[in-house]
Design a protein around this ligand. Sequence first.
Ligand code: HEC
Ligand code: HEC
Ligand code: HEC
Length: 405
Amino acid sequence: MSARTPAVIRTSYLAAAISAVVLFGVSVLALAVWPGRILDRQTRSMSPDHIARPTASEQRGRLVYGREGCVNCHTQQVRFVAADARRFGQPTLAWETQFDYPHLWGTRRIGPDLAREGGGRTDDWHYAHLFAPRAIVPSSVMPAYRHLFEARPDRPTLAARDLVAYLQSLGRAREISEAPGAERIDPGCCPHDAHDTSRAYDIGSHPAKARTGDDAPILPPGLNRSRGLSLYGSLCAGCHGASGFGDGPGAVSLKPPPAALVEHEYSRSKLAQVLWNGVPGTAMPAWRDRSPQELAELADVVRGFAPTVREPTSVENHALGSQVYQEACAQCHGRKGDGRGSAAGEHLVRPTDFTATRPTVDRALTALRTGVPGTRMGVWTGRLSESEMQAVVAYVRSLFASGGT
Ligand code: HEC
Ligand code: HEC
Ligand code: HEC
């Protein structure tokens, strides 16, 4: 460089070096420190004062979740977009994941988001699904996690129990808190689909969550039988079996086991109720992400399984049946057989409502002889004579009042 080279050029390397350092400093401040502080402040101001810390089991479950690579297919972050809010519930606020370190938010959604999974399905369901996802959801691409079980889905190892405890905790902090963050979410961000409100769901109301309620939609006439059959094949056959015998590949470990649809008549309003609300206390999910039209088609398929041989419902021993019933059964199944006996509320699984469900003679006798595992329905042999059982079975069958609805 000659002595006549201008000073600007001679010192340009210095200027470049200084501006590079300054630019680097500014970008660190602008892209990391500043947003970090905003997030921090936001987290602190929105977070409820006391958040239940994860239990030891849930923390171990979190490690299993990370170790097994669940994060490669499942996100845990509901984004602030309408499509997400509709499918998965309220968008995730920063404070919800403050114990989630290193975080498991995930980036790929091959399966559904799990941020609101807690309480959405029973432990029963999760074990059967983890053991063999395709036994429950035939089209699933989720791998089976058999190594978390001792050869059978009803024998989970500690790792599987921890994992399910963790899954059941997802979204819980947000569900039980009244954190100020919730109403700060711009309602304009996430409009529910005005045309199909049944599909929109809020926090703590996973569309599969079984609940007690009487608000089932009135089903329209089911028009499309072949669509009903294909829906049944993809949603129900895994548990209830392709022909409705209650013997699907996912049924083995479930308590109570899936109903044998071929052994029951159901009124149509009962089916609306069951499909809309699920059966609380059992692996039977609700199907609120399905339209009333689809539920109607499913209901028709279920009614199509009903026994075709008409067994007599006239009661020879009406007096005996009624007497046994009022003495031994009414406190649970209700004086009128509607499942609303005085002791019914104590049960996780509600006693059968015989006005809306009619089991076959065989099914009812089996229930009396063996009880219904996973429920409070006990064994009656020994307590009732054979003729008393016959009489009470005929009696409960006579209570069915479908009226074709
Ligand atoms: C190869 C991708 C993949 C991996 C890995 C994976 N999943 Fe899934 N998962 C899916 C898909 C696809 C579905 C939807 C179909 C189904 O329900 O099986 C799903 C569904 C689920 C559901 C049901 C969600 C709901 O409420 O409908 C849960 C819970 C779940 N997975 C948990 C896990 C856990 C826990 C792990 C790790 C042990 C895991 N998944 C690993 C793909 C995956
Ligand atoms: C994960 C397994 C599973 C799946 C999937 C499933 N069910 Fe069930 N279902 C059950 C169990 C468990 C019960 C409870 C039996 C009981 O209450 O004793 C049940 C009960 C029922 C009953 C009887 C309800 C009552 O109160 O007596 C009907 C009807 C029914 N399911 C229909 C369906 C239909 C239709 C589908 C598909 C849309 C479906 N189920 C999917 C497990 C399942
Ligand atoms: C302690 C409460 C209780 C008593 C007492 C009781 N039940 Fe039950 N019963 C239940 C419950 C809970 C179920 C399970 C419902 C389910 O699986 O969804 C059930 C199921 C049944 C079923 C099976 C229905 C089906 O569709 O599979 C029959 C039949 C039945 N009970 C008859 C009777 C008769 C008859 C008596 C009296 C001799 C009686 N129960 C006494 C609670 C009771």
